[in-house]
Design a protein around this ligand. Structure first.
Ligand code: TXA
Ligand code: MG
Length: 322
């Protein structure tokens, strides 16, 4: 896999690869995406093969702008125009009824399509030069932690991915919020850093939470996902130090806390994460990948507050723990 920079020459190179049906990973504001020409069935097939992702799991199509929605969705509900107007470009994916011509490969055989306009300047530049839309799931193997740097992408894939455009670390750090507008009631399929209250105030109505046992429509909703290699356990703040000490008896333990510990503990890799949800989300995946390298027997993560602004983080941690 080649590592491309974000200069004009390298972006043209990335576009040439995409036009040739190759896979190019690129940064978005949320996580790195594994991009392929959304209109090229072979490229979409190659994405599924590289990820090891089951064929019934749809991929998100990244659009250059809001107007491109009409090429993929039919009809475009009024609520979609509202949410897109308020939050695009940005970390929100809308699930809409798919247009008749859309290849079922992209939608995992479903009648709906996931669309988003990313706000990362490199993603915007790439989409604009490419002049089309890019299918792009997170650039990780199925079920693993999403990548937030180009080095993470290089650690996941080999030559099956032609290149990664290195745009530095992602700003949001967690995958987009997903709202399903394909049924009568708008539904939240995946919480993200665009929070429920903000969505509801733009929609002018409540969002229902989608039931989790609804099958494989969104792999991010499978009970086990976003997981490091080492087992991960969530622990309350009060028990964290004692749990770490106890687990360290049987091997290396990594701890992700939001505070420093006064005690020195043998066999414990104690990491301090930021106290605000935005900053925590930005570094969470990189920290999980980093502690995972030493192959700890256990990763203990301090439970995050049960508050709306922590909801997406709590959701990912719960899935990583399953
Ligand atoms: O932030 C993100 O959304 C990142 C960046 C690269 O844009 N992408 C991402 O893609 O997380 P992926 O494929 O790893 O997760 C997208 C989620 C999956 O759970 C997928 O099933 C769901 O979106 N999804 C896509 N299209 C859908 C559809 N038509 N109906 C239901 N869920 C859909
Ligand atoms: Mg993913």
């Amino acid at each position: 896999m080649r590592r491309l920079s974000t200069n004009d020459h390298d972006l043209d190179e990335a576009v040439a690869l995409l036009r040739a049906g190759k896979l190019v990973a690129f940064p978005t504001e949320t996580v790195y995406g594994l991009g392929g020409d959304a209109a090229n069935a072979d490229a979409v097939r190659a994405i599924f093969a590289a990820k090891g992702r089951p064929a019934d799991h749809p991929v998100i199509v990244h659009l250059p702008n809001m107007d491109a929605m009409e090429a993929w969705a039919d009809p475009v509900p009024e609520a979609a125009l509202r949410l897109a107007g308020a939050f695009w470009p940005g970390p929100l994916t809308l699930v809409l009824p798919r247009a008749a011509h859309v290849n079922p490969l992209v939608t995992g055989g479903q009648d709906t399509i996931g669309l988003r306009v990313p706000s990362h300047p490199v993603a915007e530049a790439l989409l604009e030069r490419f002049g089309g839309s890019l299918a792009a799931p997170s650039a990780n193997r199925f079920g693993h932690v999403s990548p937030t740097t180009a080095a993470h992408v290089q650690a996941e894939f080999g030559p099956e991915v032609a290149a990664v455009v290195d745009g530095g670390a992602c700003d949001v750090g967690l995958e987009s919020t997903i709202v399903d507008l394909s049924a009568a009631e708008p539904r939240l399929l995946r919480p993200g850093m665009i929070h429920l209250a903000a969505l509801e105030s733009v929609l002018g109505r409540p969002l229902v939470a989608a039931p989790t046992e609804e099958g494989p429509r969104a792999p991010g909703r499978l009970p086990s996902h976003y997981a490091p290699r080492a087992p991960l356990r969530l622990v309350g703040p009060a028990e964290l130090a004692a749990s770490a000490r106890e687990a360290a008896v049987s091997g290396l333990v990594a701890v992700l806390s939001r505070r420093v510990t006064a005690e020195a503990m043998d066999g414990v890799d104690w990491r301090v994460l930021p106290e605000t949800p935005e900053r925590y989300a930005r570094v969470l995946y990189a920290t999980l990948r980093d502690v995972d390298v030493a192959e700890p027997t256990l990763i203990l993560v301090e439970r995050v507050p049960d508050a709306p602004e922590w909801r997406a983080i709590g959701d990912r941690l719960a899935r990583a723990a399953t």
